[in-house]
Design a protein around this ligand. Structure first.
Ligand SMILES: [Fe+2]
Length: 278
Protein backbone atom coordinates (compact mmCIF):
# COMPACT_ATOMS: atom_id res chain seq x y z
CA UNK A 1 0.00 0.00 0.00
CA UNK A 2 1.17 3.49 -0.85
CA UNK A 3 1.03 6.30 1.71
CA UNK A 4 -2.39 7.97 1.28
CA UNK A 5 -1.08 11.50 1.64
CA UNK A 6 -3.52 13.09 -0.83
CA UNK A 7 -6.08 12.62 -3.65
CA UNK A 8 -3.46 11.50 -6.22
CA UNK A 9 -2.04 8.82 -3.95
CA UNK A 10 -5.57 7.70 -3.01
CA UNK A 11 -6.58 7.30 -6.68
CA UNK A 12 -3.42 5.36 -7.46
CA UNK A 13 -4.13 3.01 -4.57
CA UNK A 14 -7.81 2.47 -5.50
CA UNK A 15 -6.91 1.71 -9.13
CA UNK A 16 -4.18 -0.69 -8.05
CA UNK A 17 -6.76 -2.87 -6.26
CA UNK A 18 -8.07 -3.81 -9.75
CA UNK A 19 -4.71 -4.90 -11.16
CA UNK A 20 -5.47 -8.58 -10.65
CA UNK A 21 -9.08 -8.45 -11.89
CA UNK A 22 -9.61 -11.60 -13.98
CA UNK A 23 -12.07 -10.02 -16.43
CA UNK A 24 -10.01 -7.64 -18.56
CA UNK A 25 -13.01 -5.70 -19.90
CA UNK A 26 -14.52 -5.26 -16.43
CA UNK A 27 -11.13 -4.04 -15.20
CA UNK A 28 -10.94 -1.40 -17.97
CA UNK A 29 -14.49 -0.21 -17.28
CA UNK A 30 -14.02 -0.07 -13.49
CA UNK A 31 -10.68 1.72 -13.57
CA UNK A 32 -11.99 4.32 -16.06
CA UNK A 33 -15.17 4.85 -14.03
CA UNK A 34 -13.15 5.36 -10.84
CA UNK A 35 -10.72 7.76 -12.54
CA UNK A 36 -13.57 9.89 -13.90
CA UNK A 37 -15.52 9.76 -10.64
CA UNK A 38 -12.53 10.93 -8.61
CA UNK A 39 -11.82 13.65 -11.15
CA UNK A 40 -15.47 14.78 -10.98
CA UNK A 41 -15.47 14.95 -7.18
CA UNK A 42 -12.29 17.00 -7.25
CA UNK A 43 -13.45 19.30 -10.07
CA UNK A 44 -16.64 20.36 -8.26
CA UNK A 45 -15.00 20.15 -4.84
CA UNK A 46 -17.94 18.05 -3.63
CA UNK A 47 -19.20 18.87 -0.14
CA UNK A 48 -20.36 16.21 2.34
CA UNK A 49 -23.95 17.44 1.98
CA UNK A 50 -23.77 17.22 -1.79
CA UNK A 51 -22.32 13.72 -1.57
CA UNK A 52 -25.25 12.69 0.66
CA UNK A 53 -27.77 14.38 -1.68
CA UNK A 54 -26.31 12.30 -4.52
CA UNK A 55 -26.60 9.11 -2.48
CA UNK A 56 -30.23 9.93 -1.67
CA UNK A 57 -31.00 10.70 -5.31
CA UNK A 58 -29.62 7.34 -6.43
CA UNK A 59 -31.50 5.59 -3.63
CA UNK A 60 -34.80 7.20 -4.66
CA UNK A 61 -34.10 6.37 -8.30
CA UNK A 62 -33.76 2.69 -7.42
CA UNK A 63 -36.76 2.68 -5.10
CA UNK A 64 -39.19 3.96 -7.75
CA UNK A 65 -38.15 1.30 -10.28
CA UNK A 66 -40.63 -1.51 -10.91
CA UNK A 67 -41.52 -4.03 -13.63
CA UNK A 68 -43.08 -1.18 -15.60
CA UNK A 69 -40.88 1.74 -14.64
CA UNK A 70 -37.14 2.05 -15.19
CA UNK A 71 -36.00 5.32 -13.66
CA UNK A 72 -32.31 4.62 -14.32
CA UNK A 73 -32.97 4.36 -18.07
CA UNK A 74 -34.90 7.62 -17.81
CA UNK A 75 -31.89 9.15 -16.07
CA UNK A 76 -29.59 7.84 -18.79
CA UNK A 77 -31.95 9.20 -21.47
CA UNK A 78 -32.14 12.69 -19.97
CA UNK A 79 -28.37 12.87 -19.51
CA UNK A 80 -27.87 12.02 -23.20
CA UNK A 81 -26.09 8.78 -22.31
CA UNK A 82 -28.63 6.52 -24.07
CA UNK A 83 -28.20 8.51 -27.28
CA UNK A 84 -24.42 8.46 -26.88
CA UNK A 85 -24.42 4.66 -26.53
CA UNK A 86 -26.60 4.41 -29.67
CA UNK A 87 -24.27 6.74 -31.59
CA UNK A 88 -21.24 4.65 -30.66
CA UNK A 89 -22.86 1.27 -31.23
CA UNK A 90 -24.78 1.76 -34.47
CA UNK A 91 -22.65 4.31 -36.42
CA UNK A 92 -24.52 4.30 -39.75
CA UNK A 93 -22.42 4.25 -42.91
CA UNK A 94 -22.60 7.58 -44.80
CA UNK A 95 -25.81 7.70 -46.83
CA UNK A 96 -27.76 5.17 -44.79
CA UNK A 97 -30.65 6.00 -42.44
CA UNK A 98 -29.75 7.29 -38.99
CA UNK A 99 -30.86 5.42 -35.89
CA UNK A 100 -32.05 6.75 -32.56
CA UNK A 101 -33.13 5.46 -29.15
CA UNK A 102 -35.57 2.53 -28.70
CA UNK A 103 -37.45 4.20 -25.84
CA UNK A 104 -39.46 2.42 -23.15
CA UNK A 105 -42.76 1.83 -24.98
CA UNK A 106 -41.91 -0.93 -27.47
CA UNK A 107 -43.97 -4.10 -27.12
CA UNK A 108 -43.34 -7.29 -29.08
CA UNK A 109 -46.22 -9.14 -30.70
CA UNK A 110 -47.85 -6.38 -32.76
CA UNK A 111 -50.17 -7.67 -35.51
CA UNK A 112 -49.15 -7.94 -39.17
CA UNK A 113 -50.86 -5.22 -41.17
CA UNK A 114 -51.23 -4.98 -44.96
CA UNK A 115 -49.54 -2.16 -46.84
CA UNK A 116 -51.87 0.84 -46.72
CA UNK A 117 -53.80 -0.46 -43.70
CA UNK A 118 -54.34 1.89 -40.77
CA UNK A 119 -52.85 0.95 -37.43
CA UNK A 120 -55.37 3.22 -35.71
CA UNK A 121 -57.95 0.86 -34.15
CA UNK A 122 -59.58 3.36 -31.76
CA UNK A 123 -61.39 6.68 -32.06
CA UNK A 124 -58.92 9.55 -32.13
CA UNK A 125 -59.54 13.26 -32.70
CA UNK A 126 -56.26 13.83 -34.55
CA UNK A 127 -55.36 14.16 -38.24
CA UNK A 128 -55.23 10.88 -40.13
CA UNK A 129 -51.95 10.68 -42.02
CA UNK A 130 -50.01 8.40 -44.34
CA UNK A 131 -46.31 7.58 -44.10
CA UNK A 132 -44.96 5.91 -47.22
CA UNK A 133 -41.68 5.32 -48.98
CA UNK A 134 -39.15 2.82 -50.23
CA UNK A 135 -36.54 0.77 -48.50
CA UNK A 136 -33.35 0.18 -50.45
CA UNK A 137 -29.76 -0.92 -50.04
CA UNK A 138 -27.04 1.78 -50.25
CA UNK A 139 -26.92 1.37 -54.08
CA UNK A 140 -30.65 2.14 -54.37
CA UNK A 141 -31.77 -1.43 -55.05
CA UNK A 142 -35.23 -2.08 -53.56
CA UNK A 143 -35.44 -4.52 -50.68
CA UNK A 144 -38.57 -6.68 -50.64
CA UNK A 145 -40.08 -8.23 -47.55
CA UNK A 146 -38.38 -5.84 -45.12
CA UNK A 147 -40.13 -5.87 -41.73
CA UNK A 148 -41.17 -2.54 -40.19
CA UNK A 149 -42.34 -3.00 -36.63
CA UNK A 150 -44.12 0.30 -35.82
CA UNK A 151 -45.55 1.92 -32.72
CA UNK A 152 -46.53 5.44 -31.72
CA UNK A 153 -48.55 7.49 -29.26
CA UNK A 154 -52.08 8.70 -29.91
CA UNK A 155 -53.03 12.35 -30.27
CA UNK A 156 -53.13 12.75 -26.48
CA UNK A 157 -49.56 11.45 -26.27
CA UNK A 158 -50.25 8.01 -24.77
CA UNK A 159 -48.93 4.66 -26.00
CA UNK A 160 -51.16 1.61 -25.94
CA UNK A 161 -48.82 -0.06 -23.41
CA UNK A 162 -49.40 2.88 -21.04
CA UNK A 163 -53.20 2.58 -21.32
CA UNK A 164 -53.88 -1.15 -21.55
CA UNK A 165 -57.37 -0.57 -20.16
CA UNK A 166 -58.00 2.60 -22.19
CA UNK A 167 -56.87 1.57 -25.68
CA UNK A 168 -57.49 -1.51 -27.83
CA UNK A 169 -54.83 -4.23 -27.58
CA UNK A 170 -52.95 -3.22 -30.73
CA UNK A 171 -53.96 0.40 -31.22
CA UNK A 172 -51.23 2.31 -33.08
CA UNK A 173 -49.01 -0.75 -33.31
CA UNK A 174 -48.38 -2.86 -36.38
CA UNK A 175 -45.89 -4.82 -38.46
CA UNK A 176 -45.66 -3.84 -42.14
CA UNK A 177 -43.57 -5.42 -44.93
CA UNK A 178 -42.21 -3.88 -48.10
CA UNK A 179 -43.57 -5.11 -51.46
CA UNK A 180 -41.44 -6.36 -54.38
CA UNK A 181 -40.53 -2.79 -55.26
CA UNK A 182 -39.38 -2.06 -51.69
CA UNK A 183 -42.45 0.09 -50.99
CA UNK A 184 -44.33 0.39 -47.72
CA UNK A 185 -47.38 2.44 -46.73
CA UNK A 186 -48.63 3.06 -43.20
CA UNK A 187 -51.91 4.77 -42.35
CA UNK A 188 -52.04 6.22 -38.89
CA UNK A 189 -52.80 9.38 -36.93
CA UNK A 190 -50.42 12.30 -36.48
CA UNK A 191 -48.37 11.21 -33.43
CA UNK A 192 -48.82 13.32 -30.32
CA UNK A 193 -46.06 15.00 -28.35
CA UNK A 194 -45.79 13.55 -24.87
CA UNK A 195 -44.10 14.02 -21.50
CA UNK A 196 -41.58 11.50 -20.25
CA UNK A 197 -42.43 10.37 -16.70
CA UNK A 198 -41.51 13.35 -14.52
CA UNK A 199 -43.14 12.56 -11.17
CA UNK A 200 -40.02 10.85 -9.77
CA UNK A 201 -36.44 11.79 -8.87
CA UNK A 202 -35.41 12.29 -12.51
CA UNK A 203 -38.32 14.69 -13.02
CA UNK A 204 -37.36 16.58 -9.85
CA UNK A 205 -33.82 17.00 -11.15
CA UNK A 206 -35.11 18.23 -14.53
CA UNK A 207 -37.33 20.78 -12.76
CA UNK A 208 -34.47 21.91 -10.51
CA UNK A 209 -32.49 22.74 -13.64
CA UNK A 210 -35.30 24.42 -15.59
CA UNK A 211 -35.32 21.57 -18.09
CA UNK A 212 -38.38 20.35 -19.98
CA UNK A 213 -39.69 16.78 -20.04
CA UNK A 214 -41.49 16.77 -23.39
CA UNK A 215 -40.77 14.74 -26.51
CA UNK A 216 -41.90 15.80 -30.02
CA UNK A 217 -44.45 13.62 -31.85
CA UNK A 218 -42.91 10.66 -33.67
CA UNK A 219 -43.52 7.25 -35.20
CA UNK A 220 -41.17 4.52 -33.96
CA UNK A 221 -39.92 1.87 -36.37
CA UNK A 222 -37.73 -1.17 -35.87
CA UNK A 223 -36.59 -2.24 -39.32
CA UNK A 224 -35.31 -5.79 -39.82
CA UNK A 225 -33.97 -7.53 -42.93
CA UNK A 226 -31.52 -10.44 -43.27
CA UNK A 227 -28.01 -9.26 -44.13
CA UNK A 228 -28.58 -5.72 -42.81
CA UNK A 229 -28.07 -4.06 -39.45
CA UNK A 230 -31.30 -3.82 -37.46
CA UNK A 231 -32.36 -0.18 -37.59
CA UNK A 232 -34.22 1.28 -34.63
CA UNK A 233 -35.32 4.80 -35.41
CA UNK A 234 -38.10 7.41 -35.28
CA UNK A 235 -39.83 9.51 -37.94
CA UNK A 236 -40.57 12.98 -36.56
CA UNK A 237 -43.35 15.39 -37.56
CA UNK A 238 -41.95 18.81 -38.44
CA UNK A 239 -45.13 20.45 -37.15
CA UNK A 240 -44.68 19.03 -33.65
CA UNK A 241 -43.50 21.13 -30.73
CA UNK A 242 -40.27 20.18 -28.94
CA UNK A 243 -38.24 19.13 -32.00
CA UNK A 244 -35.40 21.24 -30.67
CA UNK A 245 -35.68 20.52 -26.95
CA UNK A 246 -36.45 16.79 -26.97
CA UNK A 247 -35.95 15.68 -23.34
CA UNK A 248 -34.06 12.56 -24.44
CA UNK A 249 -32.01 13.97 -27.36
CA UNK A 250 -33.55 11.60 -29.93
CA UNK A 251 -34.14 13.99 -32.84
CA UNK A 252 -31.97 13.89 -35.99
CA UNK A 253 -32.59 16.41 -38.78
CA UNK A 254 -32.61 13.60 -41.34
CA UNK A 255 -35.54 11.92 -39.55
CA UNK A 256 -37.95 14.91 -39.71
CA UNK A 257 -40.75 14.76 -42.31
CA UNK A 258 -43.46 17.12 -43.56
CA UNK A 259 -47.05 15.95 -43.85
CA UNK A 260 -48.61 17.60 -46.92
CA UNK A 261 -51.71 16.76 -48.96
CA UNK A 262 -51.00 14.16 -51.69
CA UNK A 263 -52.87 13.75 -55.04
CA UNK A 264 -55.81 12.14 -53.25
CA UNK A 265 -55.91 14.87 -50.61
CA UNK A 266 -54.57 12.72 -47.77
CA UNK A 267 -51.97 14.23 -45.45
CA UNK A 268 -48.89 12.24 -46.39
CA UNK A 269 -45.18 12.15 -45.71
CA UNK A 270 -42.53 10.29 -47.69
CA UNK A 271 -39.67 8.67 -45.85
CA UNK A 272 -37.18 6.44 -47.68
CA UNK A 273 -35.00 4.10 -45.66
CA UNK A 274 -31.51 3.09 -46.73
CA UNK A 275 -30.39 0.04 -44.79
CA UNK A 276 -26.78 -0.52 -43.78
CA UNK A 277 -25.34 -3.95 -44.68
CA UNK A 278 -24.43 -5.94 -41.58
FE1 LIG B 1 -41.82 7.49 -28.36
Amino acid sequence: MSDLTGPDELLTEVLARYDDAPNERLKIVMQAAIRHLHEFVREVDLTRDEWMAGIQFLTATGQICSDTRQEYILMSDTLGVSTLVEMLNYSPTEGTTENTVLGPFYAAGSPERANGESMLDDEDPGDEVVVRGRITDPDGNPLAGVVLDCWQSNTDGWYQVQQVDGQSDFNLRGIYRTDDDGRYEIRTVRPGKYPIPHDGPVGSLLKANNRGWMRPGHLHTWVKHPGYKELITHIFDRKSDHLYDDAVFGVRESLIVDFTPDESGELAATFDFVLDPA
